[in-house]
Design a protein around this ligand. Structure first.
Ligand code: ATP
Ligand code: MG
Ligand code: MG
Length: 372
């Protein structure tokens, strides 16, 4: 099949790397002619109407590597009659944090308390009614923690409004003192088969995912069950086809609050390239092309470590067994995801030691994983 993907970054690149062996060809619609995906498929210019038409012509199925598909593109995709998987509803719901969190609530999926913010006065009211601290976010277009500020003191309302107000409406969320962050990557096929990958434990620094460990250590069975239940509720409700991710906050008692969903393959699922029989990328391709889904179980504890901001000479790592190096072909820029390292071990203690041993090759302070 010819698969057309909105976006031209690393997620599209890795979709193609998984889908080409299944006999598919890939096209990408984006704005960076030399983006990561350009090495594994044909690139089309999203800003040129003729190029967009050529992208669609002869495509068998459409998908996306980002939730931020502009409205006019969603319309063009719909008008083309080519199946868009997941469909436009799932994508547009995830573009707006207010709509997304309301959807979670309507499906009985708990979320942090939140309020819509239209004005500086609304911020004051939110601080009064929900208490501090609050996390104030733009409702649209944020990623890697961009477009969000913590409101810790009522005296800072003016400052936060000055920084974010021009992007209003905003969302004010209660700051959650979570025990840790988890995510679940789930997939649904055209025949309605649903599978979940084991939960990942996610460590962020400066708003950016740095390390995921899957299966998440020390996970209560009821917590895993709740996460699978929330993810499959979303898949079923949205009549979803493909991979989606749900980001969760785990509280000290094991209960979960949903933070956001991603209608696409997700950074916290990259570990599955090494640690599962069938990766999230292959399962996404299988789903959208109408194939049966593959095994999502983890073979052993696996970690994914992002390479952020700077290229390091990773050659010295290449000889290690149970370790994969992925580089996206991007130029260095502060806080930019340039690649990742997947590695596994027989137990969490050894896995932690392997992750610590990567410190010289990583940009930042070491990440301490929680051990079994
Ligand atoms: P992503 O790159 O995952 O798409 P994003 O910019 O869409 O990120 P969020 O996932 O909402 O933003 O927030 C980024 C991080 O900020 C979260 O993973 C979490 O660490 C922290 N955070 C967000 N909301 C809250 C909250 N209500 N309480 C506590 N921490 C929060
Ligand atoms: Mg996000
Ligand atoms: Mg997030």
């Amino acid at each position: 099949m010819i698969i057309g993907v909105f976006g031209d970054g690393q997620l599209g690149q890795m979709m193609a790397l998984a889908g080409i062996p299944l006999g598919h060809r890939f096209r990408f619609l984006g704005s960076d002619q030399h983006g990561p995906a350009s090495s594994v498929g044909q690139w089309f210019d999203v800003n040129d109407a003729a190029s967009r038409a050529a992208f669609l012509h002869g495509c068998d199925v459409l998908s996306t590597e980002t939730e931020n598909v502009p409205e006019h593109i969603l319309k063009e995709f719909a008008a083309s009659g080519i199946p868009f998987r997941p469909d436009a509803k799932a994508v547009s719901h995830s573009q707006d944090r207010l709509i997304e969190k309301s959807l979670f609530r309507s499906l009985g999926i708990p979320t942090p308390k939140f309020l819509a913010i239209q004005s500086e006065h609304d911020l004051e009211l939110a601080a009064d009614s929900m208490g501090l601290p609050l996390v104030i976010k733009t409702t649209r277009l944020g990623y890697d923690g961009k477009g969000q500020k913590w409101l810790r003191d009522k005296n800072d309302v003016k400052e936060v409004w000055a920084l974010l107000g021009n992007a209003a409406p905003l969302i004010a969320e209660q700051a959650i003192p979570f025990a840790r962050e988890l995510s679940v990557v789930a997939v649904r096929s055209t025949s309605g088969d649903k599978r979940c990958y084991p939960l990942a434990e996610n460590h962020h620094a400066h708003g950016i995912l740095r390390v995921s460990v899957a299966p998440a250590p020390r996970l209560r069975p009821e917590t895993e069950k709740a996460a699978f239940d929330y993810a499959t509720r979303l898949l079923t409700h949205l009549d979803y086809v493909g991979v989606m991710a749900l980001e969760l906050f785990e509280m000290a008692d094991g209960s979960l609050l949903a933070n956001e969903m991603a209608p696409r393959v997700h950074n916290s699922g990259h570990w599955s390239q090494l640690g599962a029989e069938v990766s999230q990328f292959e399962n996404h391709v299988r789903a959208i092309t109408g194939m049966a889904l593959g095994n999502t179980q983890a073979s052993r504890p696996t970690a994914m470590v992002n390479v952020i901001g700077k290229h390091h000479d990773l050659a010295a790592l290449a000889g290690q067994s149970g370790l994969q190096i992925h580089r996206y072909g991007k130029t260095e820029r502060e806080a930019r995801k340039l690649g990742h390292i997947n590695l596994y071990a027989e137990n969490y203690q050894d896995l932690n030691a392997r992750v610590q041993a990567l410190t010289p090759w990583l940009p930042d302070e070491p990440v301490r994983l929680t051990e079994e």
